[in-house]
Design a protein around this ligand. Structure first.
Ligand code: ADP
Ligand code: GLC
Length: 496
């Protein structure tokens, strides 16, 4: 089976969040299952500064974006241990910029940039020698790909017969643009209607993907249910419910080479379940030094690593710190970047409790790994969470997550109580209500459990032994591809 993956970010090239982890690892896992995969990414300016063996090819071609023609240049890269194919599509006007999507506000021309990318990815695929069976795209940035494949490229070589799969990583980001951007897409205006590409007067790229793709997946079974209802569907719940039979939830895997305390280049001492105490202590010494402390704080270390967005429950974390920092029960460390008001509020709270709260604003891969290794408890009080990867990384590093029961967090973390301890399924601390008091109660339970050395050690050992590698998830994707290939392509409705 030949699979074309199209994504707007993937490790190790470009990353703003979990999409990059998935788009980087899934193709490799599929390749190992015998699917021939080709991954297409934008050649952002930043991809060239990472020491990756990126090479320019001779291939260049024009791509129509409205009345303009933008030239696509094509780069390739061979990564060690990955025999899949990787292409990066360059165009200075679109991608030679400081950041991926904006700084921090979205770039005003994001519609044009991702229309260009989506079309260029398909036109590149059409220039490959062998046909693709599956075209798999991710999130709003590539949401128009299924519509292009069906409406404009159905007779093109190597892609015309393929089936399309769209994976939704987050319903809150839909790629909504003013209606005149329809002119940039090259689609007939008749598709700008409430059942296809229009949403409250705007062009909605994710909606187009949901309507035109042959198959839809999202990143956990619970999120697959949540998005078919309000508020999870963010207005598209009806459209998603209408495609219920074609929507599947598959929990993400994790890259067990990158996130592996036994071989992690970012941590000072490698460890496994047998010497986790020593490994964590050494990580804490390094973390304390990195944060400017003379010695590590012996209190339980409670951490957060993530985007500072409303989704992640940053408000609850601020409340939690204000409620608990004075108690002396724990030390907090926060690493994140995002919403400027949250960044400021976190800086302020850190300044109020210099011995108890550390806040680092920024995106720092090494620090993310070091914190996962050093911490006892990881906070994920998300308002919603399609899958969540940080809790799965935490498991591997023997860090116990405290999560709200939503989306993928509900599917991956089992609350610790007498029964789950006895049957061996306990893996974290789970709370229901999106309220500071509920988070605080769960964190206090976790901190208290940390005090019972033997029980805690047992819990840590169990979570470290769990297997969240990509193998099982990639097998589910392959099944979905097989089902999609066995069924007829979804017909384009003629909406009057
Ligand atoms: P989301 O994709 O919604 O941001 P996930 O939990 O799926 O959430 O994935 C987040 C990924 O981004 C993880 O790999 C996490 O370690 C990483 N990450 C988030 N914020 C930062 C940061 N400030 N520095 C380093 N890594 C970060
Ligand atoms: C999104 C979601 C996150 C998920 C990630 C990868 O960014 O917010 O929950 O883990 O995509 O699928």
């Amino acid at each position: 089976m030949r699979v074309l993956q199209i994504a707007s970010e993937a490790v190790p090239f470009a990353k703003t969040g979990g999409l990059a982890d998935v788009a980087g690892a899934l193709p490799v896992a599929l390749q190992q299952l015998g699917c021939q995969t080709t991954l297409v990414l934008p050649a952002y300016r930043s991809v060239f500064g990472k020491g990756l063996p990126i090479e320019q090819t001779d291939l260049r071609f024009p791509v129509a974006v409205g009345t303009r023609s933008l030239e696509a240049t094509v780069f390739t890269c061979r990564l060690p241990g990955d025999d899949g194919q990787i292409f990066l599509i360059g165009n200075d006007h679109c991608f030679d910029r400081d950041s991926l999507y904006g700084t921090p506000d979205d770039y005003a021309d994001n519609a044009e940039r991702f229309i260009f990318f989506s079309r260029a990815a398909l036109e590149l695929a059409a220039r490959q020698p062998e046909p693709f069976d599956i075209i798999h795209c991710h999130d709003w940035q590539t949401g128009l790909v299924p519509a292009y494949q069906k409406l404009l490229y159905s007779s093109w070589p190597t892609i015309g017969q393929a089936r399309t799969v769209l994976t939704i990583h987050n319903m809150a980001y839909q790629g909504q643009f003013w209606h005149w951007d329809m002119l940039l897409t090259g689609f007939h205006w008749k598709y700008f209607n409430w059942q296809q590409m229009e949403f409250y007067g705007q062009l909605n790229m994710l909606k187009a993907g949901i309507v035109f793709a042959d198959k839809l997946t999202t990143v956990s079974p619970t999120y697959a249910r949540e998005i078919q209802m309000a508020p999870g569907g963010n207005g598209l719940e009806g459209v998603l419910a209408g495609r219920s039979r074609d929507l599947v939830g598959i929990v993400n895997g994790i890259d067990t080479n990158t996130w592996n305390p036994h071989a992690d280049a970012h941590i000072p001492r490698h460890y496994s379940a047998d010497d986790v105490d020593d490994g964590k202590y050494t990580a804490r010494v390094a973390l304390a030094a990195r944060l400017g402390h003379a010695a590590p704080d012996p209190r339980p270390l409670v951490a957060f690593v993530g985007r500072l967005a409303e989704q992640k429950g940053v408000g609850l974390i601020l409340d939690l710190i204000n409620r608990m920092a004075g108690s002396g029960l724990a030390h907090f460390v926060i690493l994140g970047t995002g919403d400027p008001a949250s960044e400021q509020a976190l800086r302020t709270v850190a300044a109020s409790y210099p011995d108890t709260v550390d806040v680092v604003i920024g995106f720092d891969e090494t620090l993310a790994h070091l914190i996962q290794a050093a911490a006892d408890i990881l906070l994920m009080p998300s308002q919603y969470e399609p899958c969540g990867l940080a809790q799965l990384y935490a498991f591997r590093y023997g860090t116990i997550p405290v999560v709200r029961a939503t989306g993928g967090l509900a599917d991956t973390v089992v609350d610790t109580n007498d029964q789950t301890l006895a049957d061996g399924t306990a893996s974290g601390f789970v709370f229901e209500a999106f309220e500071s008091a509920a988070l605080e109660e769960a964190v206090r339970r976790a901190v208290a459990a940390r005090g019972d050395q033997d029980r805690w050690r047992e819990l840590v050992r169990r979570v470290m032994e769990q297997d969240w590698s990509w193998q099982a998830s990639a097998r589910r994707y392959r099944e979905v591809y097989e089902q999609t290939l066995a069924a007829p392509s979804v017909a384009v409705a003629d909406v009057e």
